[in-house]
Design a protein around this ligand. Sequence first.
Ligand code: SAM
Length: 230
Amino acid sequence: MTTTDDGGADGEPADEQRRHWQDTYTAHPEMYGEEPSAAAVHAAEVFRRRGARDVLELGAGHGRDALHFARRGFTVRATDFSTAGLDRLREAARAQGVADRLTTAVQDVRRPLAAPDASVDAVFAHMLMCMALSTPEIHALVREVHRVLRPGGVLVYTVRHTGDAHYGTGIAHGDDIHEHGGFAVHFFSRSLVDALTEGWTLDEVHAFEEGELPRRLWRITQTREDGPLG
Ligand SMILES: C[S@@+](CC[C@H](N)C(=O)[O-])C[C@H]1O[C@@H](n2cnc3c(N)ncnc32)[C@H](O)[C@@H]1O
């Protein structure tokens, strides 16, 4: 199990969010619990059916979903810009006997992904794309995911959307980003989802809910257009 650091430099607006997430995971190391999200359980089945062997997770947090993928036999690279969450994840991976299949890396998704072209079978990102990222940063990230996926590789991501109860409330930062309790969220419109499919086949947009608010989310599955996994 290895850790690399590509966390980027401080000084941009989302760096405040990085500090906030770091403090949050330090105070609440298991804030999302030990069970995998429903989105990850679904994604693991999609990845298995597609013949994927390795998974890159973006915004993995303390790793409830990365651990699920590793337990299901995938080789997992779990990334986040918070080291506190990743530290916790490595401990859990050792305790669960999956440390040989799981690496962690500090990765701020506002920066190029630290992976070679066409090197990954599957990418998973649960509630990451809807963090404090501008629309151009989200487009750049999806282009990066396309670059690192193998031809026929699959992306499953989830985002809170404009039907969420928190959309349009709290502190408005522009670009559909609203902040509640220190957490900034970019609420996705359907037109943004569609705009992110150029060069992809859009397989599914599935609406679901999570948590007590509840958060209202879409789970999006899209496939790199240029052929099946080899
Ligand atoms: C809503 S939490 C979800 C965590 C995890 N996917 C889960 O569901 O358990 C969002 C995660 O994205 C991370 N994050 C936010 N902005 C990021 C960025 N620019 N680069 C990398 N990670 C980021 C946070 O540290 C946090 O772990």
